[in-house]
Design a protein around this ligand. Structure first.
Ligand SMILES: C[S@@+](CC[C@H](N)C(=O)[O-])C[C@H]1O[C@@H](n2cnc3c(N)ncnc32)[C@H](O)[C@@H]1O
Length: 269
């Protein structure tokens, strides 16, 4: 979601939450956990650009100039607001995609995690998917998108960027994700960026639980997007299997490391 829509006057609570986060979150130096310090130092605060960033951002520019209209089928939390479902690709690119700095953070997180399998809920036009594909060329990547016409544009982008390790499934997360998890031996990296409803978010988290292990990283997007999402995030943090969480405001990271005292970190990004 674009920064503007987060900070529009309708969303004062979000702005207050953002300020609170900025005031209370730490940098890498405020964290005493060696695991989280390393993650912050080597991944979160690694701002060096790569060739992959440039290649994908060139593709984003094309989307930002794409005048085509498509029919959007919205299965997510905004579905009740969607009166006019004909949209230009460039409008979707402007409003629905992760901004470059966050997409690049996801790139580094997934690269660090070295997943064999990576699942993304919420492909949209395929920008974060492309980042995952380039960060983890050896991984089997599955991304799910509910809107067929959006998925078709995403597939064009994935083809243009040569993301051959991505399987794009079109349909509702609620049906596809549980089936996918059943056939995946264990979950290495899962990114949840769609259908930001409390119950749905908790359901996706619970779907993951039978297949999580020491090496799993779950990433939840938009954890401050609404009161419901904040409640979902608190509920996820308090689950007994969760040991470490890292709240980066825009996204929340969840780990299941054994032998680690349960602890929740907030870091500035
Ligand atoms: C915020 S966008 C994803 C943005 C993308 N990850 C990026 O930054 O490049 C969320 C997407 O999830 C899809 N979505 C929302 N709820 C869904 C559901 N229940 N099943 C399938 N797709 C859904 C929407 O159609 C939308 O394209």
């Amino acid at each position: 979601m674009a920064l503007f829509s987060y900070f529009c006057p309708m969303n004062t609570q979000f702005f207050v939450d953002y300020l609170k986060h900025r005031l209370t979150a730490k940098s890498r130096h405020g964290t005493h956990s060696p695991f989280v310090y390393k993650l912050a130092d080597e991944v979160i605060y690694d701002f060096a650009a790569t060739q992959d960033y440039q290649t994908i951002e060139k593709q984003r520019k094309k989307l930002l100039n794409d005048d085509r209209f498509i029919t959007v089928t919205d299965l997510g939390a905004g579905s009740h607001l969607n009166k006019n479902n004909r949209k230009q690709v460039k409008t979707i690119a402007r409003n629905a995609l992760k901004k470059p700095s966050l997409a690049q953070l996801l790139y580094r997180l997934s690269r660090y995690s070295q997943p064999k399998t990576l699942i993304e809920l919420g492909t949209c036009l395929g920008i974060t998917t492309s980042y995952f594909s380039k960060a983890c060329p050896g991984a089997e990547i599955t991304t799910i998108e509910g809107c067929p016409q959006t998925a078709a544009v995403a597939q064009e982008n994935l083809n243009a960027l040569g993301c051959g390790n991505v399987q794009l499934l079109t349909g509702n997360f609620d049906h596809i994700f549980p089936e996918l998890v059943k056939t995946t031996p264990r979950l290495d990296f899962v990114y949840i960026d769609g259908n930001h409803r409390k119950d749905a978010t908790i359901a996706y988290f619970e779907t993951c639980l039978p297949k999580v292990y020491e090496g799993t990283m779950l990433v939840f997007d938009d954890i401050y997007w609404s009161a419901g999402m904040k409640e979902a995030w608190e509920q996820i943090k308090s689950h007994p299997d969760v040991t470490v969480t890292v709240d980066l405001f825009w996204i929340g990271l969840v780990f299941f490391k054994k032998g680690q005292a349960k602890e929740h970190f907030r870091l500035k990004v």
